[in-house]
Structure formats: structure tokens, C-alpha cells
Design a protein around this ligand. Structure first.
Ligand code: FES
Ligand code: FES
Length: 147
């Protein structure tokens, strides 16, 4: 089948099977910020924004991309510049595997009016896993991005 959609503000027509995973399609088209961690909706490494909603690309299939608007971290370079900068300054990146998912989640939280409250920020990170940082530095980076 052919999927028509917009990825990072550009129109695409993609030949694929209706059940191909969105994660695989995006990576095959060069959007390598979308990572495969657990492959089962637990880690958030594959986070994307689909029709203004933060979702896990590993849980979506091609048919769900039809006529959609998708943003990956590559399409939000300028909007997430300060967040990425603060992740680096606060030491919230170690191996970096989880980072694009955390930056996208932080962007989603902040741009949707998330409050500057450590406890609520921690709760908002529920869908993302990091094996390296211990999370506190990530929370500090988000708080700093809200100053
Ligand atoms: Fe999608 Fe982990 S790879 S949530
Ligand atoms: Fe390594 Fe998060 S920095 S998994």
C-alpha cells in the first residue's frame, strides 16, 4: 500500500505493508533519532509526535500514519535547542541512547504548559527509561529549561 503523510514538515509517499512498524519506516527514511529500545512500549526511546500527541513509534503500524503529521527530534531541532543544551550542561546524557526520547518528552511537557514542579516532572517521565543517569540530572535539565 501507499502511505501519504507529512514527516518533519515534508510530504512523503511511502510504499510499505500496512502492518510495517512506524519505528522501522522512520528509521529506514533516515530519522535515526527514533531508537528501538524495548520494542514493546515501555522505554520511550522511539518517541515521536504524531498529530500533536507524544507516542511510541514501536507500537504503531503503517496504516496509522495515513494522512498524519509526524514530528521527530530532527524536525524539532530549533525548538529543542535549549533543552538539549541543558541536558548537556546538567550531565543528563551518558550513553545517549535514551536521550532523544527524553528530549522529545521534555519538549512535549514544556510546550503543553507543564508546571515547574519536580514531583510532577518526575511523574511525567513515567514512560521513559534511562539505564545510566539515575534520572535526577534529567529532571534538573528540564527544570532549567523552564527558567
Ligand atoms: Fe518503543 Fe521502547 S522501543 S517504547
Ligand atoms: Fe544511557 Fe539514558 S543515558 S540509557
Amino acid at each position: 500500500m501507499q502511505i501519504k503523510c507529512e514527516i518533519n514538515h515534508k510530504e512523503y509517499e511511502i510504499e510499505c505493508s500496512p502492518t510495517d512498524r512506524v519505528l522501522d519506516i522512520l528509521r529506514a527514511h533516515g530519522f535515526l533519532s527514533v531508537k528501538e529500545g524495548c520494542g514493546g512500549g515501555e522505554c520511550g526511546a522511539c518517541s515521536i509526535i504524531l498529530n500533536k500527541k507524544l507516542v511510541n513509534a514501536c507500537l504503531l503500524i503503517a496504516i496509522q500514519m495515513q494522512d498524519s503529521k509526524i514530528l521527530t527530534l530532527e524536525g524539532l531541532e530549533s525548538e529543542t535547542h535549549d533543552i538539549k543544551d541543558n541536558f548537556i550542561k546538567e550531565g543528563a546524557i551518558q550513553c545517549g541512547f535514551c536521550t532523544s526520547g527524553f528530549v522529545l518528552r521534555s519538549y512535549d511537557y514544556i510546550s503543553n504548559g507543564g508546571v515547574k514542579d519536580e514531583k510532577i516532572i518526575k511523574e511525567s517521565l513515567d514512560g521513559n527509561l534511562c539505564r545510566c543517569t539515575g534520572y535526577q540530572k534529567i529532571v534538573e535539565a528540564i527544570l532549567k529549561s523552564m527558567r
